[in-house]
Design a protein around this ligand. Structure first.
Ligand code: HAM
Length: 425
């Protein structure tokens, strides 16, 4: 017996159905916001992610050397790949470029509920958009994506990392280290690190700002604490709040302690939590970032986010959202061997007409077949018997009500379609 690698999962048909339900909702929502789907490789050169993802991600990468001696990594996220793709092939596309991806990512983390080594992300980016409008658009899209699944109990926290970067105006590696400690809320280590660089006087203020969370009032408080270093950021957040109101989005808090685990963010940053999920409650996050220039291209204003599909499935389960798979429209049962050819003819027609249909492959008797159809959640059974087919009829059994009626073979597709419409209503 082989075991699957730690932190990976197999998905049963019902689990897969939930996963796909969420992905379908995300795909539809992104498309309704004018985003187009792209695909990028599952593995990339290690250098791509080392460029600016930050220590948090670099330490967690699955890396390997291929037969040609190249250092490669399974993607820990999509943003670096999207920007690499933009720089190589999509640079001349009309702006703003709005793209999304759906797929698996890999991080060598300590597995627990909601935290896996292989997990799935819905990732959306706007490249080359006006920053305020694009920031509001991605926040609104993330919010709409969760609502389209039916997940309602979430908390959206919006901050501005540019403010902390401006105040902690140290060389990039030092700043990255301080922000990492702030992100992990390791305040004692932060104080020590700031003492070591002779900046302990700034520590108290930065910690106070990072604790500010609430309505517009916290923006005034930040301005009072940091003075000029906060002015631009605070003004931006006030204007962003007004822009979000145009989407009807008012249900968020400002949280000036949002630091994010990745190193490339420069301006607005946001995170979404599902308080129902315990330790791994962060279902999504993103913000404005600068990566095109770091990856060797011309600077391009970019903003985006990723939502964890796995965590949204968990959140949806907690909120009793029905994530039902598309059920089988018809299970065809030949009554006796002599009816198999006719049954296959009917099956073929249903499939060609776009209905989901299956047939008894093992030659079970009718009652065992009805049990099987029930267990796989078929909406109807089509019983193909000798007497009925001689009259051009089949028996159509509604598996929910148990009612059975004879219908003409040529009207079978219509009957199944109209039953489906009724069940959706
Ligand atoms: P991130 O915050 O690292 O951002 O990941 C986004 C989401 O992916 C998290 O909020 C979480 O729901 C999910 N996630 C992360 N790690 C795991 C894991 N080990 N197991 C299960 N779910 C996980 C990014 O990846 C950025 N690239 C987002 C972005 C796009 N920023 C700008 N554009």
């Amino acid at each position: 017996m082989f075991e699957k690698p730690r932190g990976t999962r197999d998905f049963t048909p019902p689990e897969t159905a939930k996963h796909r339900f969420v992905e379908r909702a995300f795909r539809r929502t992104a498309e309704s916001y004018g985003f187009r789907e792209i695909l990028t490789p599952t593995f990339e050169t290690v250098e791509l992610f080392k460029a600016r993802s930050g220590p948090g991600i670099i330490d967690e990468m699955f890396t390997f050397t291929d037969k040609g001696g190249r250092e490669l990594a399974l993607r820990p996220e999509f943003t670096a790949s999207v920007i690499r793709f933009y720089l190589s092939d999509l640079r001349s596309a009309p702006k703003p470029l709005k793209v999304f991806t759906l797929g698996n990512c890999f991080r060598y983390e300590e597995p627990q509920k909601g935290r896996y080594r292989e997990f799935f992300q819905w990732n959306c980016e706007i490249i080359g958009g006006p920053s305020l409008e694009a920031d509001a658009e991605v926040i609104a899209l993330a919010d709409a994506g969760l609502k389209s699944v039916g997940v309602k109990k979430t908390e959206m926290r919006i901050g501005y990392i540019g403010m902390l970067r401006k105040y902690l105006d140290f060389p990039p590696e030092v700043q990255a280290k301080l922000l990492h400690l702030l992100d992990k809320k390791r305040m004692e280590e932060l104080e020590k690190a700031m003492t070591d660089i002779g900046a302990v006087d700034k520590c108290e203020k930065v910690c106070s700002v990072a604790l500010l969370k609430g309505d517009g009032e916290v923006l005034d408080q930040a301005e009072r604490l940091l003075g000029d270093a906060a002015k631009e950021s605070v003004d931006y957040l006030r204007r962003l709040g007004k822009q979000l109101a145009l989407y009807g989005l008012e249900d968020f808090v400002y949280d000036l302690g949002v630091v994010r685990g990745l190193d490339y963010y420069t301006g607005m940053v946001f995170e979404i939590d599902s308080p129902n999920l315990g330790a791994e409650k962060q279902v999504g996050g993103g913000g404005a970032y600068s990566l095109a220039d770091i990856l060797g291209g011309e600077a391009a204003i970019s903003t985006g986010f990723a939502v964890g599909v796995d965590r949204i499935v968990l959140a949806a389960e907690q909120e009793d959202v029905k994530m039902t798979p598309s059920p089988l429209d018809a299970y065809v049962i030949p009554i006796g061997l002599s009816m198999r050819a006719k049954a296959f003819e009917i099956l073929k027609k249903l499939r060609v007409e776009g209905l989901a249909a299956d047939i008894d492959l093992v030659g079970r008797g009718p009652s065992k077949n009805l049990d099987y159809a029930n267990s796989i959640g078929a909406l109807h059974c089509v019983l193909v018997g000798e007497k009925e087919t001689a009259k051009g009829l089949v028996a159509l059994r509604d598996m929910q009500t148990g009612k059975q009626a004879e219908v003409k073979v040529e009207s079978l597709t219509d009957a199944l379609r109209s039953a489906k419409r009724q069940s959706i209503k």
